[in-house]
Write a protein that binds this ligand. Structure first.
Ligand SMILES: Cc1cc2nc3c(=O)[nH]c(=O)nc-3n(C[C@H](O)[C@H](O)[C@H](O)COP(=O)(O)O)c2cc1C
Length: 268
């Protein structure tokens, strides 16, 4: 059990863990001791007990590390709304990449950030594969394109676009990006597509902080859903998948793309 219990040398019985816990059971014994129990296996390992303990007294293993830093409790001091807004306004889908591979330490940073994405019931059922071999990327691109051409309505919609891209790129589906990242899950859980989307979005935003560009690749998702054998070409076994390209952008933007604000009911 990853939550092992409580370090009674440091526990000050403030009850924060009890109040923070959404699933399992923290019992208070004779006002001197708090005990963690999980008879119904309801702990979702959300870590809120760890995050809320002022004394770092919760004992745990195998669920990653907990960090403390300035403003961990005041995230609004870490990033202002103004900077966040500019950052997302400047976020673009990148469809032109430099040939350079992304160094491993940067790839690690992108996928590490994905691990902080929230998932339903805190399920960590997603896996990640990075494809960096151009031949493998081309093989996958060919398979996706072939799947689209087999389907008359997809061919009608995308045939011309793919043919045009093929004039410019060896692996047109992926715009010759040096890396393709697949986030996938072998389980068909409720919300798994949302979970995968969250991981991808966190990774894409992290990539942007590192000077990297990405583009979501729904085409590969469509092809894999139509023909799960394409997953084998990508060497993954999944029920749900999300795909992005990644690399150094070879394109310059001079301004943001215009965006219509969504209609909102309920403001004032
Ligand atoms: C779920 C999803 C799937 C997408 N699939 C593709 C795709 O297959 N190919 C592509 O070139 N762009 C794809 N995009 C990129 C969108 O076209 C793009 O986000 C949109 O045009 C807005 O542009 P921006 O991302 O630069 O703001 C996808 C985006 C999302 C969110």
């Amino acid at each position: 059990m990853p939550i092992l219990g409580i370090d009674y040398e440091t526990c000050i019985i403030c009850h924060n863990c009890i109040k923070a816990c959404g699933g399992a059971l923290f019992l208070e014994f004779e006002k001197e001791k708090i005990e963690f129990q999980d008879p119904k296996n309801q702990c979702i390992l959300c870590g809120h007990c760890i995050a809320r303990c002022p004394e770092d007294a919760i004992l745990y293993e195998d669920i990653g590390e907990s960090y403390t830093f300035e403003d961990v409790n005041n995230p609004e001091n870490i990033l202002s709304y103004q900077n966040l807004l500019k950052f997302v306004q400047a976020h673009r889908s990148i469809r032109h990449y430099k040939k350079d591979k992304v160094p491993t330490d940067l790839l690690e940073k992108v996928v590490a950030t994905m691990s902080y994405a929230p998932t339903a019931s805190n399920m960590k059922t997603q896996s990640i594969r990075i494809i960096s071999n151009p031949e493998e990327i081309k093989m996958l691109s060919d398979a996706v394109q072939e799947e689209f051409f087999k389907n008359s309505s997809l061919k009608e919609t995308y045939g011309q676009r793919f043919s045009d891209l093929a004039k410019e790129f060896d692996a047109p589906i992926f715009y010759d990006a040096p890396h393709v990242i697949l986030v996938y899950s072998s389980l068909d859980l409720e919300f798994e597509s949302n979970n995968i989307a969250n991981l991808i979005t966190y990774g894409r935003l992290a990539a942007q902080t590192l000077g990297l560009g990405t583009c979501w690749n729904g085409w590969t998702q469509i092809a894999m859903e139509l023909n799960p054998k394409i997953m084998k070409i990508a060497k993954i076994r999944g029920k749900k998948v999300g795909v992005i390209t990644l690399g150094y952008p070879d394109v310059k933007f001079y301004r943001t793309a215009p965006r219509k604000l969504r209609k909102v009911k309920g403001l004032n």
